[in-house]
Design a binder for this molecule. Structure first.
Ligand SMILES: Cc1cc2nc3c(=O)[nH]c(=O)nc-3n(C[C@H](O)[C@H](O)[C@H](O)COP(=O)(O)OP(=O)(O)OC[C@H]3O[C@@H](n4cnc5c(N)ncnc54)[C@H](O)[C@@H]3O)c2cc1C
Length: 452
């Protein structure tokens, strides 16, 4: 008797239904890995992951990449290698269009940096299409915002920001270091939006300036020469969390010399300033927009998909679109009902992760002809990092009307665990431990920030 191959033969895989997952982010990579390792390896389904990029970087680390605390090169996962290890296929390219009647997805051409085409546009048939394309920055049509404010959606944006930030620090350091120092205006960095992303970024930048002054820009006075403003339209920072977390976070940010402006709406963004709705003009060398997300514009081009006001794909509790059971959506790009309330689940890695686990089980049950229950989100709490100043964790327990709030080393440890949890979902525990050890050894004796 011939041995059973651990990977389906081409003929067997070709006849199996194809599950096409588009987007290998926090949710999509977990789903492809789980389905590939189970249905894919057994030849029960052909699992294909499509992403516009060749590598994965966990998005919640982007503010650390932007501040220089995390080198993206040491934290990316090659989709092709992951695919080989876990029984799925990886195709690079951007989803351009979907013909739902013929169940065909069009994947755009891949071009190199010079614009030369490497792979032409392709059409891929699917049995089930899973949209996990994440979100893009929502500039809320604020004049000048899309043109002058930087978004933080992927590693490219984080690197662009980091280079501009380094250049601005180098310039002000040079002026301060001149034999007859000129009274230079401080570098002004405006972070718009004091949700978790904005708060984490502002804190990380403040720590980064201190470290850059210690290592490289010795004439730079971190507080005098670099001004960091965090601007929020709501009356408090972290407006969706418990007011006690907002208070503690604001106090901590102020200790870090971050200027926190609440109840301040941005009316216009210009090249060198932002203008508030009360007409105040705040100088800006760099403005970064962290005030909200929306579904990617390409979703509008898929005929017949119902979209929410934030351009997310409306799905039922089985994460299928109401009109087409062969199209699924989850993570940031999906508007998924949140149980009793009429609101949708928030765009968070935790939601994307739980939905990936749910979908991997749901696909297995569907293939086995078993009934599938709806997705239920279990909120494990929210943790907000303030970099070296620690972290804050909020959990809403069913037994108490008041949220539980934890800060100090326990919350900081929890924050660090989130990334390791993501890694163990894609690599397994053993490999994650080895990688963590490697990263710790690699960082030993090196500066805690990227200096160039
Ligand atoms: C700075 C920052 C900090 C954050 N911190 C936290 C946190 O602490 N906790 C938390 O829960 N959440 C956090 N989030 C939110 C979290 O990152 C997202 O909710 C999560 O990444 C969503 O996962 P996803 O799989 O839906 O999308 P993503 O992780 O964004 O992945 C989308 C993928 O789709 C690919 N893609 C996009 N368009 C196409 C296309 N047309 N064709 C092919 N591929 C495409 C992209 O390349 C990407 O790989 C943070 C976000 C940011 C920006």
């Amino acid at each position: 008797m011939a041995p059973i191959p651990d990977f389906p033969s081409k003929a067997r895989a070709a006849s199996a239904p194809r599950i096409l997952i588009v987007g290998g982010g926090a949710g999509g990579l977990q789903l492809a890995t789980r389905l590939g390792s189970t249905l894919g390896r057994r030849g029960q389904a052909q699992i294909v992951l499509v992403d516009r990029l060749p590598t994965h970087f966990w998005k919640p680390l982007l503010h650390e990449a932007a501040s220089g605390h995390r080198d993206p090169a040491s934290h990316t996962i090659e989709y092709a290698a992951q695919a080989k290890r876990h029984g799925f296929e990886f195709v690079q390219g951007e989803l351009r269009a979907v013909d739902r009647a013929r169940r065909i997805a069009t994947i755009g051409a891949v071009v190199d940096q010079d614009g030369t085409q490497i792979v032409p546009q392709r059409e891929m048939h699917y049995h089930d299409l899973v949209l996990a394309v994440g979100s893009v920055t929502n500039f809320f049509n604020v004049p000048g915002a899309a043109r002058h404010a930087l978004p933080l959606e992927h590693v490219g944006h984080a690197e662009d920001f980091r280079k501009k930030f380094l250049a601005a620090c180098a310039k002000v350091n040079h002026l301060a270091d001149a034999p007859a120092p000129s009274p230079a205006r401080p570098v002004c960095i405006n972070v718009i939006g004091a949700g978790a992303t904005g708060v984490e970024l502002a804190a990380a930048l403040r720590h980064a300036v201190g470290q850059l002054a210690a290592y490289r820009f010795r004439a730079l006075d971190p507080v005098r020469d670099v001004r960091i403003r965090l601007i929020e339209g709501a009356p408090r920072v972290l407006p969706v969390l418990d007011p006690r977390i907002s208070e503690r976070t604001q106090a901590q940010l102020e200790r870090l010399h971050v200027d926190v402006l609440t109840s301040t709406r941005v009316a216009r963004v210009e090249e060198d300033a932002i203008v508030t709705s009360s007409g105040e003009r705040l100088p800006a060398d760099m403005t970064i927009w962290a005030a909200g997300v929306a579904g990617p514009a390409m979703l509008r081009s898929i005929d017949g998909l119902a979209l929410s006001a934030s351009n997310q794909v409306i799905v039922t509790d089985t994460l299928q679109t109401p009109d087409d059971p062969h199209v699924f959506a989850f993570g940031d790009c999906a508007a998924c009902p949140s149980g009793a309330s009429s609101a949708y689940l928030p765009p968070r890695a935790q939601v994307a992760h739980q939905q990936a686990v749910y979908l991997s089980q749901a696909f297995a049950r569907r293939l086995a002809g078993k009934p599938v229950a709806g997705f239920v989100f279990r909120d494990a709490g929210t943790v907000v990092s303030l970099g070296q100043s620690g972290a804050l964790y909020q959990a809403d327990l069913r037994v108490s009307a008041r949220s539980v709030i934890v800060d100090g080393p326990a919350a900081a440890g929890l924050y660090r665990l989130l990334y390791r949890k993501h890694l163990s979902g894609v690599h397994g525990i053993g490999r994650t431990l080895l990688q963590t050890l490697g990263q710790v050894l690699h960082s030993y004796g090196r500066p805690s920030i990227k200096l160039h």
